[in-house]
Write a protein that binds this ligand. Structure first.
Ligand SMILES: [Mg+2]
Length: 375
C-alpha cells in the first residue's frame, strides 16, 4: 500500500481539511489551522506531501520523521500544522483500513467521557453572564472568556478595574460550582499581567491562559511568584521540544497542546511528558470538527486530561459530516467517537463544494496611540 495523493481544502468558516488517499483507495482526513496564513499552510501541505508520496501510510512515525526532519527548514507553526493535518489523516486512514478507532492503537480507553468547557464572549457583564448561563443550561460546568480589550505595557486603574469587576460579576452570577478560565491570549504585558493575576485570586479561576506570550513564558515563574493562581499555556507550541522547557522550569500548571499544531500522537507524547511533572492537559481546540475528533481519540487514552475545549457549538460544522452527532456534547461532556479512524465520517461532496468559499479572518487590533496590539 502506498500514499497516492494528498489534497487540502480551505472551507468556511476558517478551516483547512486535508485528505490523504492510498493507491488502493483508503482515505483519511485531518485538519490544519490557518490564522492569516492560509496560502502558506496549503503550500506547506503540498511541500510536505512530497516527503511521503509513494510511501507506506501504515508507517506513520516514519512518515512524521520524514516530514519533520526531511528538509533544512523545520518546525515553526506553519510546517507544524501542515504536518499535523497529514498525520491526523494518516491515523484516520489506518483506522479505516483496520476497522478500529484510533484510540485502540494508542493503548485503549481510560475514560468514559471528557468534561468540555465552552468559550463565552461579549464586551459587557450582562452579555457574558447571559452567554455563560446558556452554556450552564446546556450542561457545561466550565466556561472561558478572553480579555475583551487590549492592554498597553502599563495601564491606569480605571481600565484594569473594569476587567477585574467583569470577572467578579461573572463569579458572583455563576457561583462556586462553575469553573471559569480566563485567556489573556498574550495580550497583556508583564506588569499588567501580574497586577491582574493578583487581583483575580479571590475569584478562584480555573486558570489564566497565555498570561504572557509564549516567547516570554520563561518569565512566568518570577512574574507570578507567590500569586496562588493556575497558569496554562501551549496552544502555539509545536512539539515535545517546545514543551520541554515549559515543564522542566515549572512555568505552568496546565499545558494546552493543539492537535492541529502538534499532531495527534505528538499530543499524546506531550501529555505523557506532562504526567511525569504532575501537570494536567487541557487540549486546545477552537478549531473545526476534524481537529476535535482527533483530539478526542487522544483524550480517550489519557488520565491527565480533565478539561477539553469545545467551541463547535458556536459554529455550524454539520454540513461537513455524515454523523455530526458524534461531536455534540451531552450535558457538557464529550464521548469518544467509536467509529473507525477519527470516528467521524466526512461528507466529501460538501467539502469539495464549499472549498475556497469566504474565510473569517482574525481581527487587527491597535492601541490608542496607534501602535500594534496583540489580538
Ligand atoms: Mg488561548
Amino acid at each position: 500500500m502506498k500514499i497516492a495523493r494528498v489534497e487540502s481544502f480551505l472551507v468556511p468558516p476558517r478551516w483547512c481539511f486535508v485528505r490523504v488517499e492510498s493507491q488502493d483507495d483508503w482515505v483519511g482526513w485531518g485538519e490544519a489551522i490557518i490564522p492569516k496564513r492560509a496560502r502558506a499552510v496549503t503550500g506547506a501541505i503540498a511541500d510536505l506531501a512530497e516527503n511521503i508520496l509513494g510511501r507506506d501510510p501504515d508507517r506513520i512515525e516514519d512518515l512524521v520523521l520524514r516530514m519533520r526532519a526531511g528538509g533544512f527548514f523545520r518546525r515553526g507553526p506553519v510546517l507544524a500544522t501542515a504536518m499535523a493535518a497529514i498525520e491526523q489523516a494518516l491515523w484516520d486512514l489506518k483506522g479505516h483500513r483496520y476497522g478500529l478507532p484510533v484510540f485502540q492503537f494508542l493503548g485503549g480507553r481510560v475514560r468514559d467521557h471528557v468534561n468540555a468547557y465552552s468559550g463565552i464572549g461579549g464586551d459587557d457583564l450582562k452579555t457574558m453572564i447571559a452567554q455563560a448561563e446558556s452554556r450552564v443550561q446546556q450542561g457545561f460546568c466550565g466556561v472561558k472568556l478572553g480579555v475583551p480589550e487590549s492592554f498597553h505595557y502599563l495601564e491606569v486603574p480605571e481600565r484594569t478595574d473594569r476587567f477585574i469587576q467583569l470577572i467578579a460579576g461573572l463569579r458572583q452570577a455563576l457561583g462556586p460550582t462553575i469553573a471559569i478560565a480566563v485567556d489573556f491570549h498574550g495580550r497583556v504585558h508583564r506588569a499588567v499581567a501580574r497586577k491582574l493575576a493578583h487581583a483575580l485570586v479571590p475569584y478562584d479561576l480555573l486558570w489564566i491562559e497565555e498570561a504572557l506570550l509564549p516567547e516570554h513564558d520563561d518569565l512566568q515563574p518570577s512574574v507570578f511568584d507567590g500569586i496562588p493562581i493556575n497558569l496554562a499555556t501551549g496552544e502555539r507550541l509545536v512539539d515535545r521540544w517546545a514543551f520541554k522547557h515549559v515543564l522542566e522550569e515549572r512555568r505552568v500548571d496546565i499545558v494546552q497542546p493543539d492537535a492541529s499544531i502538534t499532531g495527534l500522537f505528538e499530543l499524546e507524547k506531550i501529555a505523557r511528558m506532562a504526567e511525569a511533572y504532575d501537570v494536567t492537559v487541557a487540549p486546545h481546540c477552537p478549531n473545526g470538527p476534524l481537529c476535535l475528533a482527533a483530539t478526542l481519540q487522544v483524550d480517550a487514552v489519557l488520565g491527565n486530561v480533565v478539561w477539553q475545549e469545545y467551541n463547535l457549538g458556536i459554529r455550524d460544522f454539520s454540513q461537513y459530516l455524515e454523523n455530526p452527532e458524534a461531536l455534540l456534547t451531552d450535558q457538557g461532556r464529550l464521548h469518544t467517537p467509536t467509529g473507525p479512524g477519527l470516528g467521524i465520517t466526512i461528507n466529501e461532496a460538501a467539502v469539495r463544494q464549499a472549498a475556497n468559499g469566504p474565510l473569517v479572518k482574525d481581527p487587527d487590533w491597535q492601541h490608542g496611540d496607534g501602535t500594534y496590539a496583540e489580538w
